[in-house]
Design a protein around this ligand. Structure first.
Ligand SMILES: Cc1ncc(COP(=O)(O)O)c(C=O)c1O
Length: 428
C-alpha cells in the first residue's frame, strides 16, 4: 500500500533521530507563493496570516499526490484504492489526535472548519441541554463564529447569552468572568486567542474555574491559538476544541472538532445522511459512534490528508525556535508601530500571539490596507468578523498585521515604511 507520508520521509513526523531545525530563510523556500507576486521590484509581503496562512510545498504535494494516485471515496469501496483512501483519512485523524494529545482518534471529528465545528456543538449540545432560563457564557473578544451559532440556538431554546467583559488592555476581566459563572450557565464558549487583540486566554485555568464553579460544558475556539501555541487537549481538559486547517498551513475546507469521546457519543448528530448511519429503514435510522456520526456524506478526504501533512511539516521544525521567532516578530513590530505618529495598537495583553490590530488617526483602515497594497504589503482591514468587539473598542474597524513562521523583520520594516507613507499622504 502506498501512503503519502511514508513515501516522503522528509515530511514524516520523523524518527527520534531526525534533527529539527528552524531557519526562516530556509523555511521561506518551502512556501512557493512567497517567491511570487513581486510588484515593481517589491517582494510579496504577506501579513494576513490570521485570515489564512500560506501552504508549504509538502501540503501542496500531498494534495496533488492524493488526487493523482490515491483518490477514492472512503468507507465504501471493497477495492484496494478505496481501502487506501480510507486508511489515509483515518491515518490523518490518528496523526492529529497524537499531535494534539487527544485521548483517542475517535475524539477528532473532521469538519469544514472552526465555524462548522462550533455550529455542530451549538446545535447538537445546545439543542439537547439548553432550556428557558439557562445561560450560554461567551466573552467580548469572540469572533462571529463563536457568537452567532449561540445566538441561533439561544433563540430556539429560550436560553440567554451572557458576555464576559474585557479590560482596557484587552484581557478577559477575570473577576467579572468568575461572577458570571452561576448555576444557570450550561455552556461556556471562549476563544483561546483573539483574532483582533491577540490576547491568549489561559484555557486550562479557565476550564478548571468553570468546572469548579458551575460544571458547564466548555468549548474553546482554537482557530488562532492552534497556530501560535502548543495545544495539549488533555491538559486543557476542555470538552470541545475547534480549529481550521487553513490557518495552520493546511488546506481550506477542512477543520477539526475535538470532543471528549463520551460526550460526543451522547450527542445527537448534527447533519444526517450517508456514511454516519448503522441501519436505515424508510421510517428510522441508527447512527454510528463518534467521530463518524458527525461526518455525514463524503468528507474533505484530500484536505484531511493535507492537514495531517501540515502537522507533519511542522514536526520537522524546531518548534521552540519557531515560537521564539514569532515572539521576536511581535515584539519588533509592536515597538516599531508604537513609534508611528497617530497609530493606536488595540490589544496590549502581556500574553499575546503574533498579530497586531491598529488604527491611525484620520485614516480609514481600508485606506491603510489599500496604500499598503500599493507597496505589496498585505494586511487585513475591516471588523475581522468581530463587530461586537469593535463596538467595545470604540472603532468601526481596524487594520491588522498578523505574522506566520515564515515572516521576517525585513517584512516588518516594509510594513513600517508603508505606514509612514500612509501618514505622509493623510496627515502632512
Ligand atoms: C478566532 C476565530 N474563530 C473562528 C474563526 C472562523 O474560522 P473559519 O472561517 O476558518 O471557520 C476565525 C477566523 O478567522 C477566527 O479567527
Amino acid at each position: 500500500m502506498c501512503l503519502y507520508y511514508s513515501l516522503m520521509p522528509s515530511h514524516s513526523s520523523g524518527g527520534a533521530t531526525a534533527k529539527k531545525t528552524f531557519c526562516v530563510q530556509k523555511v521561506r523556500e518551502d512556501f512557493p507563493i512567497l517567491g511570487t507576486h513581486t510588484r515593481a521590484g517589491k517582494p510579496l509581503c504577506y501579513l494576513d496570516n490570521a485570515a489564512t496562512a500560506q501552504k508549504p510545498q509538502a501540503v501542496i504535494d500531498a494534495l496533488s499526490y492524493f488526487y493523482a494516485n490515491q483518490n477514492a471515496n472512503i468507507d465504501r469501496g471493497v477495492y484496494e484504492l478505496g481501502a487506501e483512501a480510507t486508511e489515509l483519512y483515518e491515518r490523518a485523524r490518528k496523526k492529529i489526535a497524537a499531535r494534539l494529545n487527544a485521548a483517542s482518534p475517535a475524539e477528532i471529528v473532521f469538519t469544514r472548519g472552526t465555524t462548522e465545528s462550533i455550529n455542530l456543538v451549538a446545535c447538537s449540545l445546545g439543542g439537547s441541554v439548553l432550556k428557558q432560563g439557562d445561560e450560554i457564557l461567551i466573552t467580548a473578544m469572540e469572533h462571529h463564529a463563536n457568537i452567532v451559532p449561540w445566538q441561533q440556538i439561544a433563540a430556539r431554546t429560550g436560553a440567554a447569552i451572557k458576555v464576559a467583559p474585557i479590560t482596557p488592555a484587552g484581557e478577559l476581566d477575570a473577576m467579572a468572568f468568575e461572577n458570571l459563572l452561576t448555576e444557570r450557565v450550561k455552556i461556556v464558549a471562549f476563544t483561546h486567542m483573539s483574532n483582533v487583540l491577540g490576547t491568549i486566554n489561559d484555557a486550562a485555568a479557565l476550564t478548571k474555574k468553570i468546572r469548579a464553579r458551575c460544571g458547564a460544558k466548555v468549548l474553546v475556539d482554537g482557530a488562532q491559538a492552534i497556530v501560535h501555541g502548543d495545544v495539549d487537549l488533555q491538559a486543557l481538559d476542555c470538552d470541545f476544541y475547534a480549529f481550521s486547517g487553513h490557518k495552520i498551513y493546511g488546506p481550506t475546507g477542512v477543520g477539526v472538532l475535538y470532543g471528549k469521546q463520551a460526550l460526543l457519543d451522547s450527542l445527537p448528530p448534527y447533519q444526517t445522511g450517508g456514511d454516519m448511519v448503522v441501519k436505515v429503514s424508510f421510517e428510522t435510522a441508527t447512527f454510528k459512534r463518534s467521530p463518524h456520526r458527525f461526518e455525514a456524506g463524503t468528507p474533505a478526504i484530500a484536505q484531511a490528508v493535507g492537514l495531517a501533512t501540515a502537522f507533519d511539516y511542522l514536526d520537522t521544525l524546531d518548534m521552540p525556535a519557531v515560537r521564539a521567532h514569532e515572539a521576536d516578530l511581535l515584539a519588533y513590530a509592536s515597538a516599531a508601530l508604537r513609534e508611528i505618529k497617530g497609530l493606536t495598537i488595540h490589544g496590549n495583553a502581556p500574553n499575546k500571539g503574533a498579530l497586531i490590530a491598529f488604527t491611525m488617526q484620520g485614516v480609514h483602515p481600508h485606506d491603510i490596507g489599500t496604500i499598503l497594497d500599493s507597496e505589496n504589503v498585505c494586511v487585513r482591514a475591516g471588523h475581522h468578523c468581530a463587530q461586537p468587539l469593535m463596538g467595545v473598542l470604540g472603532v468601526q474597524s481596524t487594520a491588522r498585521a498578523s505574522f506566520a513562521l515564515y515572516n521576517t523583520r525585513a517584512e516588518i520594516d516594509a510594513l513600517v515604511k508603508a505606514l509612514h507613507k500612509v501618514n505622509r499622504m493623510f496627515n502632512e
